[in-house]
Design a protein around this ligand. Structure first.
Ligand SMILES: [Mg+2]
Length: 366
């Protein structure tokens, strides 16, 4: 990785970004071999047929562990009135109910908003190409960005998520934060650009083509190129076909030890093995905004997926700001608060704007 991947418009910021990149380069670029799948989820997997084992550079790995994790990516749902849900809401209360606490914590600090896209600003839909956000949600995000620096942090390709959101005043961190761009302040000006995985681009394109060919006969499977990473969607694939799909993906990846795979919501996420994720993107953006190691900032990160947990963990570790998980159902999370769905996210964003407007008029005493 070289500094050529990072461009910052002004000299002051260049220094900050150089520090970020130095920190990145201290980390191993190629952690060992193909990652092992997560542990099975409490024996819920029922083996339906003999499963073929595959040898990879990481040693023998059973495909059923992959399927188990694919199933675990949509955890069992507890009804909203269940004791499990109630106790989860005690430890992870609603961000709307805790709104006053959140705004009180921001006293004397600059709030910076980080927003995931799918399942946070837009509903989860069958066809990932049709995950449109509503005009009302767009207006809420636009209003929030008028008062607080706002970034969209998504697993999608940066340009694709930009096309969905359609707001030029935001920061966009696509490809799980591996493709960051700030708002342009003038013609040909890009204030912040960071592409730590650019050297993987040819490899990612090659794997994309292979996966498209390999998975073409699995009905409902969809391979999506997100520029620096790939998604294999299985939301529309019959569950009895998951093992076959996992086998095909595993076969392709066995030739690429510099790529790793994670599980999202009904999606297999394939990324370079560099230590870069949504949490690193959050840290990079805070640094680029001039808030590296600053106590005068309150980052709020809202997201619904496993990949957002990296950002929640950063906030928890820094003891700064709040992670807000979007979920109707109990999940293991490092987020402090929860919102049920995108409509509650919109409500939260609208309240943030209202609160800021009122406090600017001097009526709000916090
Ligand atoms: Mg999401």
């Amino acid at each position: 990785m070289t500094n050529q991947n990072v461009v910052v418009s002004d000299a002051k910021s260049s220094m900050k970004v150089a520090v970020a990149i130095a920190a990145m380069s201290n980390q191993s670029l190629f952690p060992p071999a193909v990652p092992k799948p997560p542990a099975s989820s409490a024996g819920r997997f029922i083996r339906r047929k003999p499963v073929k084992k595959l040898e990879t550079q990481g040693g023998p790995t059973k495909i059923n562990a992959w399927v188990d994790s694919m199933r675990a990516s949509s955890p069992a749902k507890s009804p909203p009135s269940s004791p499990e849900h109630d106790s989860w809401m005690v430890t992870h209360p609603s961000a709307l109910e805790m709104f006053d606490e959140i705004t009180k914590a921001s006293k004397g600090k600059k709030i910076v908003m980080f927003l995931d896209y799918d399942g946070t600003l837009s509903p989860i839909v069958q066809d990932p190409d049709r995950a449109f956000m509503s005009d009302e949600m767009r207006a809420a995000v636009k209003a929030v960005a008028r008062y607080f620096p706002t970034a969209i942090v998504s697993g999608r390709g940066k340009d694709k998520v930009h096309d969905f959101v359609k707001l030029k005043e935001l920061y966009y961190a696509g490809s799980h934060g591996m493709d960051i761009e700030g708002p342009a302040h003038g013609t040909n000006d890009k204030s912040v650009v960071c592409q730590p995985a650019s050297e993987f681009l040819p490899m990612i394109n090659q794997v994309y083509k292979k996966l498209v060919v390999k998975t073409q006969f699995i009905e409902g499977a969809k391979v999506e190129s997100n520029k620096f990473c790939l998604s294999v969607h299985f939301r529309c694939v019959e569950e009895k076909k998951w093992a076959e799909l996992a086998e095909l993906v595993k076969e392709v990846l066995s030739d690429y030890p510099k790529l790793k795979m994670n599980y999202g919501r009904k999606v297999l996420e394939i990324k370079p093995t560099i230590k870069w994720d949504k949490g690193k993107a959050l840290e990079f953006l805070l640094e680029a905004l001039g808030y590296a190691n600053s106590k005068d900032v309150l980052p709020i990160y809202i997201g619904d997926d496993k990949t957002d947990e990296d950002a929640f963990k950063v906030l928890r570790k820094k003891k700064q700001g709040f992670g807000i998980l979007v979920s109707k159902f109990p999940k293991e999370t490092s987020a402090a608060y929860t919102l049920q769905d995108p409509s509650e996210v919109m409500c939260f964003l609208q309240r943030m704007v209202e609160w800021k407007q009122i406090s600017q008029r001097g009526y709000y005493r916090t």
